[in-house]
Ligand binder design. Structure first.
Ligand code: UDX
Length: 436
């Protein structure tokens, strides 16, 4: 099937390449010429394992192409809208200008029977409005809402092996859009991927509800970490113990610096803003608490650094391991690691940050900080080493070898990723969030 994907950022680039690998003929459209040039050369504009190989393979097959010319969507039966919905400047609400622009750019090129598929995370009610817009321009075209649940660092795997497919359908439409989408995802459905067919509102809500639940799980365990800090308990043992209960489950109970990135923080805020508009803000007032528990962890991390440095970080050499919001990503959007590094810098510390992949993005986001290419370079004469993103290479560091470079063997584990016994045996003063 010929398919267009409008918006070739994180979601769109992965989606376009993945659909091509399912055998479809896919054209990706983006307004950013640099991005199109880069993708056409099989270079992903961001770090995502498996994507460069997939791009190379699908471009070579002739099934995948990228362009800035939106008229190239003509002839495609299905048009995926994969643009971003960032947080509005100074507000909680989502900024829908890219979604609106993408839909408007598609409208002149739609043919009867075409299906426009929204994948972006939007405030509930958006699909209904956009469906009317699509019908107005091409009465025989349809809109479907089909949210995406991929995680950065696992994006290709999550797209080709999703936990579920959700179709939000227009009650005014016949069964054509569902059949067309079934055809797009035939091989995933054939593999047994569960399909949930519902209305627009439910489909839009599924996405934000899922992200809210995940954020709540993380903040719940981080609230327990606060209790552990006040009582001498160990939050990692607590998480293991409650996680054995199948009703609770162990995943997303890793206590530490909390959540960041381009999705969870802005999605829960946009959800609260939308609930306010709908007059049901009380229903989501708990998310305000989820957000503040999350932000408090960052402050606590800085307090801990001050504490181990004898009450102040002024003039202290602080080596920060990690800048990305999570491992296996070069994304520094709302990164807890960079936020903590920045706070320490503002309090007068000499901060040197390193990260296996995210230094370039970090430099753009926080140009005030100093960066090092390697851990050894970052920890030279450090008064304290602070682990803020749990990359595998940091989890596997040899504390004895590292100890040779530092001024003081003090380590703060912001992600509960290191083995305290191993580090203490190597002569380090080890401190972590939520652990004695
Ligand atoms: C998330 C959702 O998982 C995904 O389904 C959705 O489509 C987009 O948002 P992503 O932002 O890529 O994906 O990252 P995720 O792996 O969910 O991690 C989010 C943040 O939570 C990271 O900062 C991570 O470090 C943090 N986290 C995660 C914890 O602090 N503890 C955990 O137990 C899990």
């Amino acid at each position: 099937m010929r398919i267009s994907v409008v918006g070739c950022g994180y979601l769109g680039a992965v989606h376009a390449a993945s659909l091509a690998s399912l055998g479809h003929d896919v054209v990706g459209v983006d307004v950013d010429e640099d991005k199109v040039v880069s993708l056409t050369a099989a270079r992903a504009p961001f770090f995502e394992p498996d994507l460069p190989d997939l791009l190379g393979q699908e471009l070579a097959s002739g099934r995948l192409s990228f362009t800035t010319d939106v008229s190239q969507v003509r002839g495609a039966r299905v048009h995926f809208v994969c643009v971003g919905t960032p947080q509005k400047q100074g507000e909680y609400a989502a900024d829908l200008r890219y979604v609106d622009a993408a839909i408007e750019s598609l409208l002149p090129h739609l043919s009867p029977g075409d299906v426009v598929v929204g994948k972006s995370t939007v405030p509930v009610g958006t699909a209904l409005r956009l469906a009317a817009r699509v019908r107005e321009a091409q009465p025989e075209a349809h809109l479907v809402w089909n949210p995406e649940f991929l995680r950065e660092g696992h994006a290709v795997q999550d797209t080709l092996h999703p936990d579920r497919l959700v179709y939000g359908l227009d009650p005014a439409a016949d069964d054509v859009p569902e059949r067309v989408l079934d055809e797009v995802y035939a091989s995933l459905l054939g593999d047994g991927t569960p399909k949930v067919v519902t209305d627009f509102a439910t489909a839009e809500l599924v996405k934000v509800a899922a992200n809210s639940f995940l954020a709540t799980k993380i903040s719940f365990i981080n609230a327990m970490a606060e209790l552990c800090e006040a009582t001498g308990g160990d939050v990692t043992v607590l998480a293991d113990a409650i996680g054995h209960d199948a009703r609770i489950g162990r995943s997303f109970l890793n206590a530490g610096l909390g959540f960041g990135g381009g999705c969870l923080p802005k999605d829960i805020r946009a959800f609260m803003a939308r609930a306010g508009e709908l007059g049901v803000d009380q229903a989501l007032s708990f998310l305000r608490e989820v957000d503040s528990i999350n932000m408090r962890r960052r402050v606590r991390m800085v307090d801990l650094a001050r504490e181990v440095c004898g009450g102040s970080v002024v003039g202290r050499n602080v080596a920060v391991l990690g800048a990305a919001f999570k491992p296996d990503s070069d994304d520094t959007r709302d990164s807890p690691a960079l936020n903590v590094a920045m706070q320490m810098h503002l309090q007068g510390a000499h901060v040197v940050v390193t990260d296996p992949r995210a230094v370039e993005n970090a430099r753009r986001t926080a140009p005030e900080l100093k960066y090092a290419a390697t851990v050894e370079e970052a920890v030279q004469e450090a008064d304290v080493v602070v682990l803020l993103t749990e990359w595998r290479e940091y989890r596997e560091l040899d504390p004895r070898a590292l100890g040779e470079h530092v001024a003081h063997r003090r380590v703060l584990d912001g992600r509960n990723a290191l083995d305290p016994t191993v580090w203490r045996d190597a002569g380090w003063a080890y401190r972590a969030l939520g652990r004695p």
